[in-house]
Unconditional design. Structure first.
Length: 445
């Protein structure tokens, strides 16, 4: 009997427990060992046949292919991952997901379908992210009467090393495919982009004929320009043998790469250089309204560059529909009003510590804007803590991961000087964001 119990418990520890995406989420010893060893930094070296996007295959075929890539190359694809977001529940209701969730289910691109609507939100995720990053916004769009489509940028959904094998042309190809294919399938399209996904969407619509089905563009923390203006150097640094990584983290977050390669920085630079405000001002931009949600203390992206992009897009005389642009600005409103026309529509929210909805939150981060506080993984009570500010200090990294009370906000130098800080991963003003997005979408009708 004892032998049987030992074998049973051992099998539990090596299957049910070890194969669960949440098992080690707060196990600091495991996290530290993974950070040092790079346990989840590398893909499984399985090849997948190339998929021809040029023929604009049906979206269902593309979804099946993307899932195949994740299953083949992600070492955790089959792990159990019981995270029931609003979007998961919608996909289960539509019989697209079963009751038992795996990592591949949450990383794969998806389509939420409505029989009563022929309009769609087409959403592009950010660098190092996955379609899981849209689980809060996708549910919002569905509830507003939209079908929802997401795509998986090449190099994502597997492991961080895959971005070292990715070409920028692959990103351009998937952007072209998604917009072109969706234009064949739906009458009205809202193109949405978060971070680098926003840069890809903007560039495509600025550089190509815009299908008449595209009615608006919506961007969250758009990747316009980094604070570090030397991004162009990354491709040259990447050529140096054995110099591959800017950040080497544990990659314990199953849905987003925590390690960051020089090759990834090169790809991001290639996307952003195409959408500088001075370049956009010289292009024939589409007559569609633009929605932007941006934090003024974003440490990933220079918010002033985002304001410049907003200003370049806004031209009610030449493009009347841009009169309906809307900027949701988190922080000091004066920064935005000084950068934009006095007629530019702006709504503003700013955290005050100790006052709801922010309470202990200092300010909003780049990665927080798109997630609801109720998000079961990234939300207020979510399991995941972002502690990438302390990669070079193991003691502070451990405290960030385990201390019952830490500061919460963007990883600015000023905030880090105040004490141990975890980067905010949800938007305390998400209900207000939903209200502002409803207001913007109502103008399209």
């Amino acid at each position: 009997m004892r032998l049987f119990l030992f074998i049973f418990l051992s099998s539990l520890s090596t299957t049910s427990w070890a194969q669960n995406c949440l098992t080690h989420i707060s196990d600091v010893d495991f996290i530290m060992a993974s950070k040092k060893a790079g346990s989840y930094r590398w893909v499984q070296d399985n090849t997948v046949d190339k998929f021809d996007l040029t023929s604009l295959p049906e979206f269902s075929r593309y979804l099946a292919y993307a899932r195949q890539v994740i299953n083949a190359r992600n070492p955790r694809a089959s792990w159990l991952c019981p995270i029931n977001t609003r979007t998961v529940r919608l996909l289960q209701t539509q019989n697209q997901l079963g009751d038992t969730l795996q990592v591949v289910d949450l990383l794969s691109p998806f389509e939420l379908k409505r029989a009563d609507s022929n309009k769609v939100a087409l959403l592009f995720h950010g660098l190092t992210d996955s379609p899981f990053s849209y689980h809060s916004l996708a549910a919002f769009f569905y509830e507003q009467g939209y079908n929802v489509r997401t795509v998986l940028l090449p190099g994502h959904g597997t492991a961080a090393s895959d971005l070292q094998e990715t070409d920028f042309e692959q990103w351009q190809a998937i952007t072209h495919y998604a917009i072109s294919r969706t234009s064949k399938d739906y009458d009205e399209i809202v193109v949405g982009g978060y971070s680098t996904g926003a840069a890809l969407a903007i560039a495509h619509l600025a550089e190509n004929p815009v299908p008449k089905q595209v009615k608006a563009m919506m961007l969250w923390s758009p990747a316009t320009e980094p604070h570090n203006k030397n991004g162009w150097l990354s491709k040259w640094v990447d050529l140096i043998p054995f110099v591959n990584w800017i950040d080497e983290d544990a990659d314990i977050d199953f849905a987003k790469y925590e390690s960051f390669a020089f090759a990834a920085a090169t790809l991001a630079h290639e996307a952003m250089r195409r959408i500088k405000a001075d370049k956009l001002a010289k292009k024939t931009l589409p007559n569609i309204p633009l929605f932007i949600a941006q934090s003024d203390v974003d440490t990933t992206i220079d918010a002033t560059a985002t304001l410049a992009l907003a200003g370049a897009w806004y031209n009610p005389e030449k493009r009347p529909k841009t009169r309906n642009n809307l900027l949701v600005y988190y922080g000091d409103k004066r920064t935005a009003t000084q950068a934009l026309s006095e007629h530019y529509p702006i709504v503003n929210y700013q955290c005050q510590q100790g006052i709801p909805p922010c309470n202990n939150i200092i300010d909003l981060s780049h990665i927080s804007v798109i997630n609801s506080p109720q998000h079961p993984y990234y939300g207020e009570l979510g399991q995941y803590r972002n502690c990438g500010s302390y990669l070079d200090d193991d003691a502070l990294y451990k405290r960030c991961k385990t201390a019952p009370h830490v500061l919460v906000g963007e990883r600015t130098a000023a905030n880090l000087d105040k004490g141990v800080l975890k980067r905010l991963t949800y938007n305390p003003f998400f209900s207000e964001l939903e209200q502002d997005m409803r207001r913007f979408l109502a103008q399209l009708e």
